[in-house]
Design a protein around this ligand. Structure first.
Ligand code: SF4
Length: 622
């Protein structure tokens, strides 16, 4: 058994109401690590292209990596992978709280769920005990009620519970998975995949000691890095203000969404919803995942006005962007309520904001009218419309039910050139970063294996935020905005780096905001595994995992024609920092393909697959 792993997969078949364990060998652990890597391997092997995301034969995989089970700063993460109902191909989404470490301590590297239960159930794992329990009484509860109810039923207030809300039950394709009421596997509709299996939740607790190669060295690194990250996060103000600290800067660079990607600037709005105003108005405090020295999540308390009274998880930067500036809404308390509604119903706040913004734009342009919206006036800047509409989307009722398939399906239904307005890649709505502002990010979006995602590259923080990784040559020279030179290389390197982090599984903020260097991450990794990897080996592993995800995309029918940006991303701003600028995507893409050793169709060459030890993952027909 390799240190840092159990070499053990737990498989639960909901149709047969059966759980079994199976071995994952040392070689697979070395090639794919865990998290997103193991998720991609299992999806490749078990979910062929003809399987629909809501088919009982689709898999949903909860996986951890070598970092879970030890108090490594930022290691309270895990990954959920499946075939996405939004993109119809590979998807993964990471969440925190304490599910990952507790699952690892229960003695497993991954949980593979297959089949569909005849009636609602939840899975309860406590070390070797695995139960499939009746959830008929819980079905219909919101995500927060579900966490409380399950902890009560299993008599374990410390268990970590990953759940779906009503949106997942109703197969709303932007449904997320909610963990312990404050962390979210938000993207790609994985909550709806759980719903399609009649699976309400997975609760876990564990008590085993994970094997480690050099425990005393690991303990000493943990102590040192915890202090250093904590200090760095105070200096970067990520600890003090959380991700709302980004709003004013991002808006200044033209990075924040404004009026569903049709506006250029809105500094007053960003200032009102961003820190420090956010911290004062919402009395916000850090709400950390387990073992976290930063605590980027926010716990907020609002006393008045009465209709916006709230205690609990507050909105983060992405939510502020998509439910705030994206809709010209600057009322922080109203955004916090809309965020709370999304969290309880279990819908991704990014895609929810995209749905509302798209609807407002269609209404403004006369593509839809009050006749379609059952009398709602979808005016920009109206917080009541936002709150009403996210309730409708999550409950799949009223006009909001048009979004049960996401923006793209809604646009197809609406017709009248509405498709031209949707801002997505491969069916996944843009997060709150504008690819016209960061050209490395434009490539990351266009080639993203789960669609448009800033967390699968974080170039925006290299290009705008001074986040560098000198060990892999990501230095200041890449940071020149609106200069295409080096952006293809930057995108490839950052995608590989993030694929590696998502397979460890480590919170990106430890490095990006917490200052944890790649060398320090390798120190942690090597003290756990005893493998003595260097940066080159880590990056090769990241590239292998990213490429396997790409192979799944290709097998599911995606090609170069899908490595594109939506039409709005070619309309330059008239004013502000990015005035007149749009990324030269075609040129960047050709350079990127060449660097990746992909052919003109966007397929990795046989030679590169061999170098990555992926030759046996090739499509048989190639
Ligand atoms: S930085 Fe945020 S997301 Fe990362 S582990 Fe800490 S609280 Fe969780």
């Amino acid at each position: 058994m390799a240190c840092g792993f159990w070499n053990k997969i737990l498989r639960v078949d909901l149709a047969k109401r059966q759980s079994t364990t199976e071995e994952i060998n040392d070689e697979a652990c070395k090639l794919f690590l865990g998290g997103a890597g193991i998720g991609a391997k299992i999806l490749w092997e078990e979910v062929p292209p003809e399987i629909n995301p809501f088919d009982a034969n689709n898999r949903i995989i909860f996986s951890v990596g070598p970092f879970q089970g030890h108090p490594v700063p930022g290691s309270a993460k895990f990954c959920i992978a499946s075939k996405s109902p939004l993109t119809n191909t590979y998807a993964d989404s990471a969440a925190g709280a304490s599910w990952g470490p507790l699952f690892k301590k229960a003695g497993y590297d991954a949980l593979v769920i297959q089949g569909k239960s005849e009636s609602p159930v939840y899975i309860y794992i406590e070390d070797d005990k695995v139960e499939i329990r009746d959830a008929r009484d819980i079905w219909g509860m919101d995500s927060y009620q579900t966490v409380d109810r399950i902890r009560e039923e299993i008599k374990d207030p410390k268990a970590s519970v990953a759940v779906i809300g009503q949106a997942g039950e109703k197969l709303v394709k932007i449904a997320c998975v909610v963990v312990d009421k404050h962390s979210f596997a938000g993207r790609c509709g994985l909550g709806a995949v759980m719903g399609s299996k009649n699976l309400k939740a997975v609760a876990v607790n564990g008590s085993k000691e994970v094997p480690v190669s050099n425990l005393s060295q690991l303990k000493s690194y943990n102590r040192r890095f915890f202090q250093e990250i904590h200090q760095a996060s105070i200096e970067s103000e990520l600890r003090t203000h959380g991700t709302p600290i980004l709003c004013v800067t991002a808006e200044g660079y033209g990075d924040m969404p404004i009026k569903y990607w049709t506006g250029d600037t809105w500094p007053e709005g960003a200032e009102k919803i961003g820190a420090p105003n956010y911290t004062n108005v919402l009395t916000a405090k850090p709400y950390p995942c387990l073992y976290c020295p930063i605590g980027c999540h926010r716990y907020v308390e609002v006393e008045e006005p009465a209709e916006y009274k709230l205690k609990g998880t507050g909105p983060e930067y992405e939510t502020l962007g998509m439910l705030g500036t994206n809709l010209l809404i600057d009322d922080l308390r109203a955004i916090s309520i809309a965020n709370d509604v999304c969290n309880r119903l279990g819908i991704d706040t990014i895609s929810a904001g995209a749905c509302v913004g798209f609807a407002m734009e269609c209404y403004e342009k006369g593509i839809i009218s009050k006749k379609d919206t059952a009398g709602m006036e979808l005016k920009w800047g109206d917080p009541n419309i936002l709150i009403d509409l996210v309730k409708q989307i999550g409950n799949k009722e009223g006009f909001g039910s048009i979004f049960s398939g996401g923006t793209l399906e809604a646009a197809k239904e609406i017709g009248n050139n509405a498709l031209e307005l949707v801002v997505h890649v491969k069916g996944l709505d843009f997060p709150a970063h504008d690819s016209r502002a960061c050209w490395g990010l434009a490539l990351t979006y266009a080639t993203g294996t789960r669609g448009a995602c800033h967390m699968r590259g974080v170039e925006e923080d290299v290009e705008m935020g001074g986040f560098y990784i000198p060990e892999i040559g990501v230095t200041e020279e890449f940071a020149e905005l609106f200069n295409p030179k080096g952006k293809a290389l930057l995108a490839a390197k950052m995608q590989d780096y993030c694929a590696w982090l998502n397979s460890l599984v480590l919170c990106t903020f430890m490095a990006d905001g917490g200052g944890l260097s790649l060398t320090s991450i390798l120190d942690l990794f090597n003290s756990i595994t005893g493998w003595d990897w260097d940066a080159d080996e880590a990056m090769l592993c990241g590239e292998r995992i990213f490429t396997l995800q790409r192979l799944i995309n290709l097998r599911d029918g995606y090609t170069r024609k899908d490595d594109i940006l939506p039409p709005k991303m070619y309309i330059p701003a008239e004013k502000g920092f990015r005035a007149g600028k749009v990324p030269p995507l075609d040129d960047l893409l050709s350079e990127y393909y060449e660097l990746r050793k992909w052919n003109e169709k966007g397929q990795p060459t046989e030679e590169r697959l061999r170098e990555l030890r992926l030759d046996k993952f090739k499509k048989p027909s190639d």
